[in-house]
Design a protein around this ligand. Structure first.
Ligand SMILES: [Fe+2]
Ligand SMILES: [Fe+2]
Length: 280
């Protein structure tokens, strides 16, 4: 355990986040999580000007999404050029995320007013296929992994996943339950839902090009996250109605997620390309 923590602290944190949090587990979570999150927040706070209103947050998000949509280089590579083996490596890297999708959002429900709870629940119900296994996002990922001949159990896939991807997943465990202000979570999830359609349309294209039949995990998100991004803005508006809104914290939450997800995707594509190169 000690060696695993030294070599892959964010993988250890992911496992701790999914354990029963007895005092020893919680202490270890804090030990790994606090310096990592504190560092990230300090950097983001230093580079972020105050955001005066919800309208200003919406403009900033829009500008960020447009800038990112104009520069989807790594994902465009997966859409248009990656080999079957490279694409397969990318899918395996995100296995722990696909297999546990949206599970780490639940603690946030208890932290927002009732109309925001309902908006979040509408998102979560879709993530879990409206109770229908065939539509559940994690099941769609299982089918994708299975078609590619990859393991479909969490303890097996996480052996192949690297630290930047664990950072992305761990961020939501903190955001949903330990972030001191729930605005960080709301901004992060609003960003995630809005950034997925353009990104996943490229991954769906990659599946089509490579003859991968089970690309529905990606195409379903292109469709459903267009609704989820609106639900998240509803949740933010409802939070403002009841508690007021610190729009700067909403924006910092979005920037935090953009940072960790961007690093995870870049690393995953780079890794997929070098793994395939090594096999040539
Ligand atoms: Fe999803
Ligand atoms: Fe979603």
């Amino acid at each position: 355990m000690t060696l695993a923590i030294e070599t892959a602290p964010l993988r250890s944190l992911f496992l701790l986040n999914r354990s029963v949090p007895d005092p020893a587990v919680y202490a270890r979570i804090a030990e790994i999580e606090q310096p990592w999150i504190d560092g990230l927040l300090a950097e983001l706070e230093a580079e972020t000007d105050p955001v005066p209103s919800r309208a200003a947050w919406l403009d900033l998000l829009d500008a960020q999404l447009q800038a990112e949509a104009a520069d989807l280089g790594s994902l465009a590579y997966l859409a248009h050029e990656a080999s079957y083996e490279e694409f397969r490596t990318f899918v395996l890297e995100f296995g722990p995320d696909g297999l546990t999708e949206a599970q780490n959002f639940f603690p946030a429900i208890a932290r927002v007013p009732i109309k925001a709870q309902l908006a979040l629940m509408r998102v979560l119900i879709d993530e879990f296929g409206c109770g229908n296994l065939q539509q559940s996002h994690s099941y769609l990922y299982i089918k994708l992994l299975a078609e590619l001949g990859l393991p479909t159990e969490l303890d097996q896939v996480l052996e192949h996943t690297s630290e930047p991807t664990f950072a992305f997943m761990n961020a939501f465990y903190w955001l949903a339950q330990r972030a001191p202000h729930v605005e960080y979570f709301l901004g992060a999830l609003a960003y995630l839902e809005a950034s997925i359609p353009p990104a996943f349309s490229l991954l769906a294209e990659g599946c089509l090009r490579l003859g991968i039949q089970n690309g529905a995990y990606y195409s379903e998100h292109v469709h459903i996250d267009a609704f989820h991004m609106k639900e998240m803005q509803t949740a933010i508006r409802e939070h403002e109605v009841v508690h007021g809104l610190d729009a700067t914290k909403v924006w910092i939450g979005a920037k935090l997620l953009s940072r960790v997800l961007g690093e995870a995707v870049e690393n995953a594509v780079e890794r997929a390309r070098s793994t395939a190169d090594a096999g040539r």
